[in-house]
Design a protein around this ligand. Structure first.
Ligand SMILES: Cc1cc2nc3c(=O)[nH]c(=O)nc-3n(C[C@H](O)[C@H](O)[C@H](O)COP(=O)(O)OP(=O)(O)OC[C@H]3O[C@@H](n4cnc5c(N)ncnc54)[C@H](O)[C@@H]3O)c2cc1C
Length: 478
C-alpha cells in the first residue's frame, strides 16, 4: 500500500483526513499537539491563570489549532474577499459545495443546536443603505458560531467518526515533524516527540499533505523542497482590537453577528476592514512566545457587556522588501516592549488627543483583558492608525457610539500570512504529490476555507490513487 504523511491536524488537516478515511493508502498523521481529548481551553478563559505564562501554552502556539478551538466561528459563504482566496482558485460553486460539507459536518457533530447566522432581505437592505451612507462596502456572509465551549466536543466527535471509518490511519500525537525533503519521487520525513524529544525517526512516503497552519509557516520556509515551489510574498494585516459597549453595536449584532464592512482610507487609499467580532465576548492574549498579540473570542453561555472586534489594515509589499512577517512581528515586539512584555490598551479619545492613557478607572467601557495602559502611536505607523480611526468614524454612522472617547483600542493585533504558494485546484504544488493546505498555503484565512482546502487535497489524493496520473498545475497564486 502507498503511504501518505499528513503533517498537522488542525482545521485543514482534519478535513483532509476525513476525506482519506478508508482510502487505499496508509495515512500517517503527525501533530505536535496531544490527542484531541487532552486539548484544553485557554487557562485564562477558564479562570485558572490571570496572565499568559512566559512561554506560550499549547492554546495559541503550535500544539493546538487555534480557530477550531477558540471561538470557532465558521464562515460558510463562498466570498471573493472573506476567509481566504479559494474563490479565485476553484470558483464560487465549487467552493460553496465544499463549505456546505464543512457546515453539515460541524452541525452533525455539535452537542447542541447551533444556529446558522444568515441575514434576511430586510436586514440586507438595512445594512446596505447604512454602509453606503457611511462610505463602507458590506460583504455578504453566512456563518456558524460554535463558541469556544462547544469546540472540544465537535472536534473530538469528528475525529472519532474518522477513526471508525479509517483503519488505514496511524496517529503520531505529540510528534513534531522536523523536516520534509524530497528523495527521488518520494518524501523523507524526520520526526521526534515534541515534549520530550530524543527519539528522532525517519520514514518515507509517496504523498505528503502539509497543513501546519500559520504557526508552521516559518518552519515551512526551512524545508528542502521550499526553494522548488512557485511562491510570491504574502500579505500582512496590522490592526487594533477594538472593545466597546455591546449597546452601541446591538442593532448590527442581532441582525448579522459579524457584518463584513470594508472601507478605503481617504488618506492612504489602504483597504481597512473589520474582522472577528465577538458580541458580548472577551479580549484575550495570543501568546507566540517571542511576542504577545491580542485576539478576541466569545462563548455560547458566558457573556460580557462588551463587543470586541479587530480593525485591520492590509498591506502587501513590493521589491526589494521580502519579509512582511518580520515587519508585523517587529511592530508587535515594539508594542510589547513599551507595555513591559504584553499588550497595550489606549482609549480612543487619548489616541486622538495624542496622549498616553494612564488609567481606565471610571472609563465608560470596562476592559475584559487586563493590559498595560499606554500610547499605541509610539509603535504603530501613522498611516495605519489614521486608517483605523477613519474606519471607526465611518462605523460610528452605523453603530453610534463606537467612535466615542471611551472606546478601548488594544495592540498589537497583527496577522501575517505565509508566502502564497502556487497550487492546482486540489492544492497540489508544482512538486508532484506534495499538497500544501490551509493557512500555511496562504490560500486560506479561517476555519471554513482551511477545512475546504483540506477536502480538496483529500479529493486530489483519492483521484491520484485511482488514476495514478500526475495532475497539471493550473492555477498560479497572484
Ligand atoms: C486565537 C485565534 C482565534 C481564531 N479564531 C478563529 C475563528 O473563530 N474562526 C476562524 O475561521 N478562524 C479563526 N482563527 C484562524 C484559524 O485558526 C485558522 O485560519 C485555521 O485554524 C487554519 O487552519 P490550518 O489547518 O491551516 O492550521 P491550524 O488549524 O493552525 O493547524 C495546524 C496544525 O499543525 C500542527 N503543526 C504545526 N507545525 C507542526 C509540525 N512541524 N509538526 C507537526 N505538527 C505541526 C499544529 O499543532 C496544528 O494542530 C483564529 C486564529 C487564532 C490564532
Amino acid at each position: 500500500m502507498q503511504k501518505l504523511a499528513l503533517v498537522g491536524l488542525g482545521a485543514s488537516g482534519l478535513f483532509a483526513l476525513k476525506e482519506l478515511a478508508g482510502a487505499d493508502v496508509e495515512v500517517h498523521v503527525f501533530d505536535v499537539g496531544p490527542t484531541y481529548e487532552k486539548r484544553y481551553a485557554c487557562p485564562i478563559d477558564q479562570g485558572k491563570l490571570e496572565v499568559c505564562p512566559p512561554k506560550a501554552c499549547s492554546y495559541c502556539a503550535p500544539g493546538q489549532s487555534a480557530g477550531s478551538w477558540n471561538d470557532f466561528k465558521v464562515i460558510l459563504s463562498a466570498s471573493p474577499v472573506i476567509g481566504g482566496r479559494l474563490y479565485d482558485l476553484i470558483g464560487e460553486q465549487e467552493l460553496q459545495k465544499r463549505l456546505d460539507i464543512v457546515r453539515s459536518t460541524i452541525l452533525t457533530h455539535a452537542p447542541c443546536e447551533i444556529p446558522v447566522v444568515k441575514p434576511n432581505a430586510e436586514d440586507l437592505e438595512w445594512i446596505k443603505k447604512r454602509a453606503t451612507m457611511a462610505g463602507m462596502v458590506y460583504h455578504y456572509q453566512e456563518l456558524l458560531h460554535c463558541g469556544s465551549d462547544n469546540a472540544p466536543a465537535i472536534n473530538t466527535s469528528i475525529l472519532e467518526e474518522i477513526k471508525a471509518k479509517g483503519p488505514n490511519i496511524i496517529f503520531h500525537w505529540d510528534s513534531k515533524v522536523l523536516s520534509v525533503s524530497r528523495r527521488s519521487e518520494h518524501f523523507a520525513l524526520t520526526f521526534d516527540r515534541y515534549r520530550k524529544p530524543g527519539e528522532e525517526q525517519e520514514d518515507i512516503f509517496d504523498y505528503c499533505i502539509i497543513s501546519v497552519g500559520r504557526g508552521g509557516a516559518a518552519w515551512l520556509t526551512q524545508q528542502e523542497f521550499y526553494k522548488a515551489l512557485d511562491i510570491y510574498p504574502g500579505q500582512v494585516d496590522i490592526g487594533i482590537r477594538v472593545e466597546t459597549s455591546s449597546y452601541f453595536t446591538e442593532e448590527v449584532d442581532k441582525r448579522f453577528y459579524e457584518p463584513k464592512l470594508y472601507y478605503r482610507s481617504k488618506h492612504s487609499n489602504d483597504v481597512v476592514r473589520n474582522f472577528c467580532s465577538n458580541p458580548k465576548g472577551f479580549v484575550t492574549p495570543e501568546n507566540h512566545r517571542e511576542y504577545v498579540l491580542v485576539n478576541g473570542h466569545s462563548k455560547m453561555y458566558e457573556k460580557s457587556e462588551n463587543n470586541n472586534f479587530a480593525v485591520l489594515v492590509s498591506k502587501t509589499f513590493t521589491r526589494p522588501f521580502k519579509d512582511p512577517q518580520m515587519y508585523s512581528q517587529t511592530i508587535a515586539k515594539i508594542v510589547n516592549m513599551l507595555a513591559g512584555g504584553g499588550p497595550l490598551v489606549q482609549r480612543l479619545g487619548d489616541l486622538r488627543a495624542g496622549r498616553r492613557t494612564k488609567s481606565l478607572t471610571n472609563n465608560l467601557i470596562k476592559p475584559t483583558l487586563e493590559a498595560e495602559c499606554g500610547d499605541i502611536s509610539l509603535a504603530y505607523p501613522h498611516r495605519i492608525l489614521e486608517g483605523i480611526v477613519e474606519y471607526l468614524d465611518a462605523l460610528d454612522k452605523i453603530c453610534p457610539g463606537v467612535a466615542g472617547e471611551s472606546t478601548l483600542l488594544y495592540a498589537p493585533e497583527c496577522k501575517s500570512y505565509p508566502d502564497s504558494i502556487s497550487v492546482n485546484k486540489n492544492m497540489e504544488t508544482n512538486v508532484p504529490n506534495l499538497f500544501i493546505v490551509g493557512d500555511s498555503s496562504s490560500w486560506t484565512r479561517g476555519v471554513g476555507q482551511a477545512a475546504t482546502s483540506g477536502i480538496l487535497a483529500g479529493e486530489g489524493v483519492r483521484q491520484k490513487l485511482k488514476t495514478a496520473v500526475p495532475s497539471k498545475i493550473v492555477a498560479v497564486a497572484k
